[in-house]
Design a protein around this ligand. Structure first.
Ligand SMILES: [Zn+2]
Length: 474
């Protein structure tokens, strides 16, 4: 009996057909070890791993060959900030996003928590077992929030004990990390959460609480989502006063007023000091530059006729529609303030990057995060990063090597080298010449399984058809 139990998992593993051997020939490898681009090489993929890279690699018998002539092979992209969420009625709508990520070369996503935890964890397992096509999923499970959570599905926390219990609950649920979403939190509760998470070996990431300094949050080991939120704390002369003014969760009006005040008192001479503190604390910042702007500069049809809308199920669209969703259309004043802030945020991103702060790319796409199209929005995010002043290679690394480093997976992921898991994207044009070329996808490999352009188009069509059956575009 004991022996049978040992053999069973092996049999289950064998039941999955091994990915075929594939040889990419005469391709230019982007971000090869030590060089930005390595031209005219072959890359052999076997059993889901990159085996060999070299000028003369012979195709083993039965290997599929992909002609890489004039093409560029980069590592699969990670979108480190997405949300699979929106309630039980949006389960299918969210599941339909998984092939969309894949078709866009996004081979890993980090779900930042929502209300579909069990489903997300099921999808995570199915993808890993090869039973569902999609990106590898990492998930926060439920978010940790104050006594009155902002989002459904979050765990409400009022005391240090509840904080510790919530972290244990997240651990038991099988989540990959802890997401905190406090708009206001006491030091004691925050410290308890970070301490419990450290004991359970879970990373903690999330928003910077409004009443907490970056110093304090990062000093306890919290990583920061939406790095631009933390800027107003780390590099504004008004930050300490604003922080101290909060006696409880701030209202939206307070946040808007104080956000404007913080950015008015923004002082770029504070950035090097901020960078030093972030480096010392080994804090990771996630960019989500794109999503805020999506609601500010709207076309007259408010994206109703957007060419990508056909891939959304109507339930998700409803959360994006500015009349039915939770976010309203911008006012001229909010659009102006956004344009002003965007300049500050962009130059600060470039400064922090120059000073060696650890950054990762995230698009923040999800239900209720209007017009950040799943998969496509990561490419747009990288374009924002380049517009901020980073070189295309550095922007690419924010979605390849950096997430691997954050996850302590550099030996198995993040770059094209022997031994790495074969998550790859073949491009028709050089992404180092223009970051927009990451959109010109000739094929995607996920864990060694190759999808050429026709296969990716078939996937897109299948989602489009399913969305149409649900009544998208109506
Ligand atoms: Zn988010």
């Amino acid at each position: 009996m004991k022996l049978l139990l040992l053999i069973l998992p092996a049999l289950v593993a064998l039941a999955q057909p091994a990915p075929p051997t594939v040889l990419f020939e005469d391709v230019t490898v982007i971000d090869a070890e030590g060089v930005p681009a390595l031209a005219g090489v072959s890359v052999l993929v076997q059993d889901g791993r990159i085996r060999t890279i070299g000028k003369r690699v012979r195709a083993p018998k039965g290997a599929a060959r992909v002609n890489g002539g004039g093409k560029f092979l980069m590592y699969g992209l990670s979108d480190m900030h997405v949300h699979l969420r929106g309630g039980q009625e949006l389960v299918e709508d969210n599941a339909a996003w998984l092939p969309l990520f894949l078709a866009n070369g996004v081979t890993t996503i980090r779900d930042m928590g929502g209300d579909l935890g069990e489903h997300v964890m099921r999808w995570r397992g199915e993808v890993a077992a090869g039973r569902r096509e999609g990106p590898r999923i990492l998930t926060a499970g439920p978010k940790l929030d104050g006594p009155k959570p902002v989002w459904p599905g979050s765990i409400p926390i009022a005391t240090p004990e509840e904080g510790r219990a919530a972290v244990r609950k997240v651990k038991v649920s099988g989540a990959d990390f802890v997401k905190v979403y406090f708009s206001f939190v006491s030091s004691e509760v925050h410290a308890a959460i970070l301490d419990e998470a450290r004991k359970l070996k879970l990373e903690v990431t999330g928003h910077l609480p409004n009443n907490m300094s970056l110093e304090e949050a990062a000093g306890r080991g919290q990583h920061i989502e939406h790095f631009h939120y933390s800027l107003s704390d780390g590099a504004s002369r008004a930050a300490a006063e604003i922080r101290a003014s909060y006696k409880g969760p701030p209202s939206l009006a307070e946040l808007t007023r104080n956000g404007a005040r913080a950015f008015e008192a923004f002082d770029t001479t504070l950035l090097p000091g901020l960078a030093t503190r972030l480096r010392q604390n080994r804090t990771w910042l996630t960019t989500t530059l794109l999503v805020a702007g999506r609601r500010q500069n709207l076309p007259p049809d408010r994206h109703a006729g957007h060419p990508l809308r056909k891939y959304l199920f109507p339930g998700i669209w409803k959360t994006w529609d500015l009349d039915t969703g939770r976010r309203r259309a911008p006012t001229p004043a909010s659009a102006n303030a956004y344009a002003e802030r965007r300049r500050t945020v962009r130059s600060a991103l470039a400064a922090l990057h120059r000073d060696g702060v650890s950054l990762m790319a995230g698009s923040d796409c999800g239900a209720s995060n209007n017009f950040a199209w799943p998969g496509w929005s990561l490419h747009e995010e990288l374009e924002e990063v380049v517009a901020s002043g980073l070189a295309p290679l550095d922007a690419l690394r924010l979605a390849t090597r950096a997430p691997a480093r954050f996850l302590r997976e550099e030996r198995t992921r993040g770059s094209i080298a022997a031994g790495r898991i074969a998550d790859l994207v073949l491009l028709d044009a050089n992404p180092l010449e223009s970051i927009a070329n990451t959109r010109l996808i000739a094929g995607v490999m996920a864990r060694g399984r190759w999808y050429d352009r026709a296969a990716l188009d078939a996937k897109l069509r299948a989602v489009e058809d399913a969305a149409a059956r649900k009544g998208s575009g109506k």
